[in-house]
Design a protein around this ligand. Structure first.
Ligand code: FAD
Length: 259
């Protein structure tokens, strides 16, 4: 079974500031790590490989330093890893990011299953996975909390708002996984030693099947950020003495016409 896992490098802190002029995250000097939700996708891939054989390939679109997350994936057990990096890919919105990843994955090889995290902790849109599948014209399921290989494909349980849906998808297909699917393993010292010299492949736009720069980066991004700003914090606080709290709360509920 040939599995590809999409992993993204994100800031390690949620205190990242936004440049108000350009609307871009100020990433300089901010420590990075693998998007935590992608650890669950990688763990799922490793368990499927353990049960059914095959290879686990990981890939990330980002600057050259995103190699660090590929190395992290090697230490958890991934077989091969790619960084899709090219100046012409910069400034990509969700459409261009997912198109780039679909092209990159196709250029790397044929995969039975593509796994993604359910969302990232920086962009947070949860759109990239399903959008990759749409660009590739393959079946996909999001918010998956259980997966099993069957009938030349996978049977997955999707956690929808009010129901859990079980679906069968033939290979090739794409799945975005929920946190409760499996507990991610810690990188092991033994594996870390084995993968010290393993190369990380760097791939640019010229290696993709579609090399038209207008389909990538800023040129391929119809979304334009007009303005980005932190919401104003207008929360008012009051300290109440414990012996008067019930009386105060009753007064406020009456004032707001809840009583
Ligand atoms: P989600 O949809 O929340 O991620 C879901 C899953 O998809 C992840 O768990 C992971 O498995 C996979 N995934 C997502 N992104 C990647 C990736 N890069 N590589 C591998 N797998 C991935 N961001 C920048 O960093 N630099 C920019 O210059 C920039 N410019 C932008 C300009 C515009 C106009 C807009 C709208 C956005 C820009 N962004 C930029 C943000 C960028 O579009 C998002 O980071 C990107 O689309 C991923 O979306 P997300 O983080 O919401 O991923």
């Amino acid at each position: 079974m040939n599995i590809f896992v999409c992993i993204k490098q994100v800031p390690s802190t949620n205190k990242v500031q936004v440049d108000e002029k350009t609307g871009v995250l100020k990433r300089d000097g901010v420590a990075s790590k693998m998007n935590p939700y992608d650890l669950y996708a990688l763990e799922t891939a490793l368990r499927l490989r353990e049960a059914h054989g095959g290879r686990v390939t990981v890939g990330t679109m980002g600057p050259p330093q995103a190699e660090a997350v590929v190395r992290e994936a090697y230490m958890m057990g991934a077989d091969e890893g790619y960084v899709f990096s090219d100046r012409r890919l910069g400034g990509a919105d969700v459409l261009a990011t997912s198109y780039t990843l679909s092209q990159a994955i196709r250029s790397v090889g044929d995969f039975d299953l593509i796994l993604c995290g359910k969302q990232t902790t920086d962009g947070d849109t949860a759109q990239v996975g399903p959008a990759i599948a749409e660009h590739m014209g393959i079946a996909h399921a999001a918010w998956v909390s259980r997966i099993e290989v069957a009938r030349d494909g996978v049977i997955v349980e999707q956690q929808l708002q009010d129901v859990i849906e079980t679906v069968h998808m033939p290979f090739p297909c794409l799945v975005t996984v929920e946190q409760d699917i499996f507990m991610p393993r810690l990188p092991s010292l033994k594996t870390a030693r084995q993968v010290v010299g393993r190369p990380v492949h760097i791939m640019g736009l010229d290696s993709f099947l579609d090399t038209d720069p207008d389909h990538y980066g800023l040129s391929g991004s119809p979304t334009q950020v007009e303005r980005i700003f932190p919401p104003e914090n207008d929360v008012q606080r009051e300290m109440w003495q414990a012996d008067r709290a019930a009386e105060k709360l009753h007064g406020l509920l009456k004032q707001w016409k809840f009583l």
